[in-house]
Design a protein around this ligand. Structure first.
Ligand code: UDP
Length: 236
């Protein structure tokens, strides 16, 4: 696949056009950011680890019948993906309370959430990704109601697949964020799934193995990501 010009550079990934107008190359950089870009650092190996991690998860999800934009690995830190018309919202499912949920409603971290919760956030850095809901998405035309309904259904289907996958590898899938887009009228899972966009705890010790290590300055960030991968059987 021939890489052409850079279309977009986000906080941790860049996207390039290719010789095929339907396909793009997603490059995972070593850049790591938190708090809407207020904390930024380069972490050695992160681009490669997240690229391979994402390829593994996207392939597992596709095998479980969840349509995704992932096509194939292009290199150690790049993947070929379908070019989607992205919905500007983040879909978050939580199995255990943590992060912004605790801050927003004043509950302690670590409560089992039954049934799991579903939240929507508008992708807007300047506004700090405010929480929105299905009514706002429809009124402001951020996504077709039917497309949003599919995205929500797929977000929960991902939970069924990944909760079990991580549990089998002695980890708890605490919460995660997904982004969806439309390709030829079909809703596909886009963006990435890596320890940057989810919370994973060791099942026994509840030690954090995700980007909270970076957010909270706990150190050993990439070592933890690699340990998650090792437990899943990913070779980096
Ligand atoms: N998340 C993300 N990108 C964002 C916001 C959240 O990937 O812009 C992920 C985050 O890593 C966590 C989940 O979504 O796994 C829920 O995040 P939360 O709402 O608790 O916000 P945070 O505590 O990360 O500010």
């Amino acid at each position: 696949m021939e890489k052409r010009e850079e279309l977009y550079a986000g906080k941790a990934k860049s996207v390039f056009t290719t010789d095929n107008p339907d396909l793009m190359i997603m490059e995972f950089r070593d850049d790591t950011s938190a708090f809407d870009g207020k904390k930024m650092e380069q972490l050695d190996r992160k681009g490669m680890v997240n690229n391979k991690f994402n390829a593994f998860i996207m392939t597992a999800l596709a095998n479980a019948g969840i349509p995704t934009h992932f096509v194939e690995l292009q290199s150690d830190n790049e993947s070929v993906v379908k070019r989607l018309d992205m919905m500007p919202v983040e879909c978050v499912v939580r199995n255990i309370s943590a992060g912004s949920l605790c801050r927003r409603i004043g509950v302690e971290e670590g409560l089992e959430l039954n049934p799991p919760t579903f939240e929507l956030f508008l992708k807007n850095d300047a506004l700090g990704d405010p929480m929105v809901n299905e009514s706002l998405v429809e009124t402001f035309g951020w996504a077709e109601p039917a497309h949003l309904a599919t995205a929500k259904e797929l977000t929960f289907k991902v939970n069924d697949v990944l909760k079990k996958m991580f549990d089998d590898a002695d980890m708890l899938l605490v919460d995660y964020k997904l982004e969806f887009g439309v390709f030829n009228g079909e809703v596909l899972l886009g963006d990435e799934f890596s320890p940057d966009g989810c919370r994973l705890w060791d099942k026994e010790t509840r030690e954090k193995m995700d980007k909270d290590r970076f957010r909270q300055g706990l150190g050993g960030v990439i070592e933890a990501y690699e340990e998650v991968g090792r437990r899943l059987g990913i070779t980096f």
